[in-house]
Design a protein around this ligand. Structure first.
Ligand SMILES: C[S@@+](CC[C@H](N)C(=O)[O-])C[C@H]1O[C@@H](n2cnc3c(N)ncnc32)[C@H](O)[C@@H]1O
Length: 234
């Protein structure tokens, strides 16, 4: 048996009861170091722990797939929720196993951001740049989202200089594409951990650096909190 579990945004208070239960019953618990650390207290002493990183993930996932095919109960932990910026990793898991695998949702950093920033997901589009492959279609989509008067929750790309697309680059790109520089913008770092919050506009954001563990909210101009009537704020 093998299942992919969303470990939540970092604080174990946000790991689901079902996720904790599956980890406690596992023979093998696998994932990236930082995510396995989050669920460490739930891992049974007898379980095998398979830690991986970007370089060795294919080889390590093959090891987990082998354990799964040998009848072991295997759990692979994902940061936040698998269904938010987690599908490329899920595809690697499924490739290693040779078949589709079950997923258990967790709480995403995007959901924590929505709660902290009081933004309605129905009126918001989630976009991630934390992915391999061509980012251009996703960049264009972000421009369209803002031009369509929707909010955007954006996960930046923290990789090497050639691909890096962090909040300052995202803001500069949007302004370059003709998006208004006064869009209210927020960047939240280390949600549910040592949190930091920044609020300003796109122009100000284009001049600032944030850590890899950051997530961005760009509000549509029509929904600036100051423009919401108190009677509508429920
Ligand atoms: C590959 S994406 C995975 C997102 C994850 N599946 C989720 O649902 O939150 C990893 C990126 O998500 C963002 N992220 C994840 N957890 C976060 C947190 N607790 N606070 C702020 N950003 C976070 C960071 O930008 C990080 O580099």
């Amino acid at each position: 048996m093998i299942i992919c579990i969303g470990a939540g945004p970092g604080d174990t208070g946000y790991l689901t009861c079902r996720g904790a239960e599956l980890i406690q019953q596992a023979d093998v618990v696998a994932g990236f170091d930082a995510v396995v650390n989050v669920v460490e207290t739930f891992i049974p002493d007898a379980a095998e722990v398979v830690l991986m990183n970007y370089r060795d993930q294919t080889e390590k996932l093959e090891r987990v797939a082998k354990a799964h095919h040998a009848g072991k109960k295997c759990v692979i932990v994902f940061m936040g929720d698998i269904h938010f910026s987690g599908f490329q990793y899920l595809e690697r898991v499924e490739r290693a196993c040779g078949h589709p695998v079950e997923t258990l949702p967790g709480i995403s950093s995007a959901q924590i951001l929505a709660s902290r920033a009081k933004v309605c997901f129905d009126e918001t589009t989630f976009i991630t740049f934390h992915r391999r492959g061509d980012l251009e279609p996703f960049k264009r989509h972000l421009v369209n989202v803002l031009n369509d008067q929707r909010n955007a929750i954006v996960i930046p790309c923290p990789w090497d200089a050639a691909r890096s697309f962090m909040p300052r680059h995202i803001a500069a790109y949007l302004i370059e594409q003709g998006v208004s520089s006064i869009h209210p913008t927020e960047v939240w770092e280390n949600l549910t951990g040592n949190e930091a919050e920044w609020k300003g506009n796109l122009l100000e954001c284009s001049e600032l650096d944030f850590s890899d563990m950051s997530i961005m909210l760009i509000r549509c101009i029509d929904q600036m909190p100051s423009q919401i009537e108190p009677a509508n704020q429920q």
